[in-house]
Design a protein around this ligand. Structure first.
Ligand SMILES: [Zn+2]
Length: 318
């Protein structure tokens, strides 16, 4: 039995050293990076001790979403992401059996994003990248992104889709933590739909996309997307199959906080499409992720093993 976590974050030490000394880091301050969470200050060794207590063998580490910085000028964002990615790379060098890397990229400039993805995949041995659900308000069906999807497909990169604030719910209400607890799931369903209705999945048949937070409302809402595709011509502009035909083209992490919801994702997309994602070290993480998966009554032993490690071992060569 192993456990490989695709959804685990890092607030880089290179950022913390500067901002905790009262300086700025490429324009970023100590208000960013979720430093109020003490786990975000932990060293790799403290992280490993916690992974040992949780039973997690490997984290595929991504930097905190605060470091997307897509609204900065591209030179600044490129400097930020290279420093972040280099720190993750060092973790994978120091502990090659315990850490793998997902990059952050300057997605506001597609040639720059492709260049950094190629650097981390070819030179640093990364497994892919984590990106937002949209880039400065632009959804992923926009043609400007197609060269990036083609490049990621060609490189075999796994793209973990993960929102940053604000989510779509933020426009409606900022109360009760709803921009996170509902907004993350809304954003993810829009992302699935943008990829599918926009024709991206047809244009890139081997593109590897993992939708964080169980894909949000994707699996629950797929019937209505199919109905829209049947009755509305504008829903059929780019695709000749119903949206549900694309569910098994995506991967989903298990971060649902609900056995019934996880069961639905498995039954809808297939157990070979679901992977362990914990959101370590956020307060919205699964506290005891391996124990939680192993204790689920409605999952078979084979389904548990696929989710905990077999799928990612095969997909990422870990
Ligand atoms: Zn997360």
């Amino acid at each position: 039995m192993r456990a490989i976590d695709l959804h685990a974050h890092l607030t880089p030490q290179c950022f913390q050293r500067e901002v905790l000394a009262g300086k700025t880091w490429h324009g970023m301050t100590s208000a960013e990076g979720e430093l109020s969470n003490p786990r975000n200050a932990w060293t790799p060794e403290q992280r490993l001790a916690d992974m040992n207590s949780l039973g997690v063998d490997i984290q595929v580490v991504s930097t905190n979403v605060a470091f997307y910085q897509y609204d900065q000028d591209v030179a600044t964002t490129t400097a930020i992401v290279r420093a972040c990615n280099n720190e993750v790379h060092q973790m994978t060098i120091d502990y090659p059996d315990r850490f793998a890397g997902l990059a952050t990229l300057p997605m506001q400039d597609i040639p720059a994003a492709i260049a950094e993805l190629e650097r981390v995949m070819v030179q640093l041995g990364f497994k892919g990248a984590m990106i937002n659900d949209q880039i400065n308000g632009r959804t992923f069906d926009e043609p400007e992104f197609l060269p990036f999807w083609k490049a990621a497909e060609q490189m075999g990169a796994m793209l973990l889709i993960h929102q940053a604030r604000p989510t779509l719910v933020t426009q409606r209400t900022t109360r009760y933590h709803l921009p996170n607890t509902i907004g993350n799931l809304v954003d993810r369903a829009v992302t699935f739909a943008s990829f599918v209705f926009g024709g991206v999945m047809d244009a890139c048949p081997d593109l590897r996309i993992c939708l964080a937070h169980g894909g949000g409302y994707t699996c629950f809402g797929i019937g209505r997307m199919d109905r829209g595709w049947q009755v509305r011509s504008e829903a059929r502009v780019h695709i000749t199959q119903p949206p549900s035909a694309y569910l098994k083209r995506f991967y989903y992490d298990c971060l649902t906080h609900s056995e019934a919801a996880l069961r639905m994702v498995i039954d809808t997309a297939g157990a070979d499409r679901v992977v362990l994602g914990t959101d370590w070290p956020a307060d919205m993480r699964i506290d005891w992720p391996v124990a939680w998966v192993l204790g689920l009554q409605s999952l078979t032993q084979e389904e548990k093993e696929l989710i905990l490690w077999k799928n990612l071992e095969r997909l990422l060569g870990l």
